[in-house]
Ligand binder design. Structure first.
Ligand code: PCA
Length: 209
């Protein structure tokens, strides 16, 4: 099988985006899955367009997108993407949509189709903090997650998709006292665990919660 994994370019005055730095070190093969990595611009619409082009080119079985979430302590596995853009800051092209539907003809929301609880459970089993998140925000990350799930839904494609937010990396918080962070090595490990769960299509959770 093939899994496309996307991560974002830096935004909001950061020099790096930990999602992409962590993704660079993810192995190219996990279990039976070939991992195809791609960096996407932190730009509304263009991000989705680039990922859809890639999906059409390589026909993956699953798409996992990764992004940075400032102020988070854990690996946040997103449950849902909502049909709204409401940007606190401009994107990397200067666009700042406010209260704007992503797709006026799309569903109000889509749930992730990867096994989110199993992923959280497995990441925690390997001693890294992880939680389910019930909002991916209203910025470019939610926009991309929505755009991918909307494309898959509208075209009735057998592709699983989901999104993971990672905290700042240690190097990003050197001048931000008392700000949560995680090492890039731990993020890489968490992404590999998530990919292992997706590759094995393992949905069994030991304790319902
Ligand atoms: N995080 C932003 C967009 C790009 C990224 O890495 C977000 O959470 O929307």
């Amino acid at each position: 099988m093939k899994i496309l994994v996307t991560a974002f370019e830096p935004f909001e005055k950061e020099n790096i985006n930990p999602s992409y730095e962590a993704l660079k070190n993810v192995r190219d093969r996990i279990m039976n899955a070939e991992i195809i990595k791609m960096q996407v611009p932190t730009i509304f619409y263009l991000s989705t367009k680039k990922v859809i082009e890639k999906i059409e080119e390589i026909s993956p079985d699953a798409v996992l997108s990764i992004g940075q979430a400032a102020k988070k302590y854990s690996v946040n596995v997103e449950r849902v993407a909502i049909n709204i853009d409401d940007a606190r800051i401009p994107d990397n092209a200067g666009q700042q949509p406010v209260d704007t539907p992503i797709d006026p003809d799309g569903m109000p929301a889509y749930f992730a189709t990867i096994p989110i609880k199993k992923i959280v459970e497995e990441i925690k089993r390997e001693k890294l903090p992880s939680v389910i998140s019930n909002t991916a925000g209203t910025y470019v990350c939610n926009h991309l997650m929505y755009g991918i799930l909307n494309y898959i839904h509208k075209n009735d494609l057998p592709i699983k998709a989901g999104f993971i937010h990672v905290p700042y990396s240690s190097e990003q918080v050197l001048d931000k006292p008392d700000t949560p962070f995680m090492s890039l090595e731990d993020m890489t490990r968490a992404i590999e665990i998530a990919l292992r769960v997706i590759a094995t299509n393992d949905t069994h959770i030991s304790v319902p919660r």
